[in-house]
Design a protein around this ligand. Structure first.
Ligand code: P6P
Length: 340
């Protein structure tokens, strides 16, 4: 009788688990091919965002070694203390994208107003909105953080982008996504043809396809909310929390609670494992009656990804993607994921 196969000698291990090694550039180009009207500008814009993410990742992964931790001693338009990494990420996204001729303008969580394309440079057919480094206060504790972005086609005809180019409902998004800077750096995006994730191989300097066609699992595992604010919630949100905790007999005794306090980390885990994240309106801060999260460059971006992955996102009354924004930094209650 032949010797039993030695499992180690017969294990097959490849540096890349997929037979085909696909860069984010090749993937975006392939997605573009299904849009004959595409001119390649969106493809190049997404690639510019991926380049920005590589630069930001290079700083966040060495944050304890280079002088970028801590606060910058500034307060942004949100009334929040700005971290030095916020400034680095913001400057990176602006400088990489300002002069490419692909954009009519940008909007950032860190900037009060629209960021115009510098004089003397061509403007392009899109506008880019972003939260350059969401959850940055967690960097000092090596907790995952992220960049969140949205891309719209411009509507105005003037040379420089106008506010109406930015105040568009999420239904009109051309593309959206996020980058999570964690134990690995993963770029997740959608152009309306499903959700796809790419992991940065720092040795190669490329984002390689690692999570093709992401779908949120139908069976939720987690609920994610800052339960410390429970006393500030409406009775409806408290009842919903009882529901996800299984107090009404659902979910086999209730979902597990996971809350990192970093939106991209909480969202990414629930996108892959199944669950719901919510940051409801609360009465904690009279200045923020609609909750903490921003519609344009946080909630709409992630709502677009969630819907493309088979999930749903609401403000508690209507789909997030249906909300027509009235100001750049407006906030909204946010419920996102799959719950039943
Ligand atoms: P809280 C980070 O500051 C952030 O904007 C999101 O990343 C995160 O989901 C939320 O705030 C956490 O807020 O009030 O629970 O600390």
């Amino acid at each position: 009788m032949s010797e039993p196969l030695n499992p180690v000698e017969n294990a097959s291990y490849h540096a890349f688990p997929f037979i085909q090694v696909t860069t984010i550039e090749a993937h975006i180009l392939e997605q573009q091919r299904t849009h004959p009207e595409a001119t390649g500008v969106l493809t190049s814009l997404l690639y510019d965002i991926a380049l920005s993410a590589k630069i930001i990742a290079h700083a966040t992964t060495r944050a304890g070694l280079i002088d970028v931790l801590g606060k910058a001693g500034l307060e942004n338009v949100q009334g929040e203390q700005v971290a030095r990494l916020d400034l680095l990420a913001n400057e990176t996204l602006i400088r990489v994208n300002a002069c490419t001729g692909r954009l009519a303008g940008m909007a950032s969580e860190e900037n009060a107003d629209i960021i115009p394309i510098p004089a003397g440079y061509r403007t392009g057919p899109y506008v880019l909105l972003f939260d350059p480094l969401d959850g940055s206060s967690n960097t000092d504790y090596t907790i995952s953080i992220g960049t969140i972005f949205s891309i719209y086609r411009r509507k105005s005809k003037e040379e420089s982008g106008q506010i109406e180019d930015f105040l568009q409902p999420g239904r009109d998004l051309v593309a959206a996504g996020y980058v999570i800077y964690g134990n690995s750096t993963v770029f997740v995006y959608s152009t309306g043809q499903g959700v796809h994730g790419f992991t940065l191989d720092p040795g190669v300097g490329e984002f390689l396809l690692s999570h093709p066609n992401i779908r949120i699992p139908d069976k939720p595992q987690f609920y994610s909310v800052n339960q410390g604010y429970e006393r500030y919630w409406s009775s409806g949100v408290r009842q919903f929390t009882d529901y996800v905790q299984g107090k009404t007999g659902e979910f086999d005794g209730g979902l597990s609670m996971r809350y990192v306090g970093s939106l991209v980390a909480d969202f990414h885990r629930n996108l892959l494992a199944g669950g719901i994240f919510y940051y409801p309106a609360d009465s904690k801060d009279p200045g923020k009656p609609h909750g903490k999260l921003r519609l344009l460059y946080e909630c709409a971006s992630l709502a677009y990804i969630a819907e493309q992955a088979g999930g749903y996102a609401s403000d508690g009354r209507q789909p997030i993607l249906d909300i027509v924004p009235t100001s750049l930094h407006q906030r909204t209650p946010f419920f996102v994921g799959v719950i039943s």
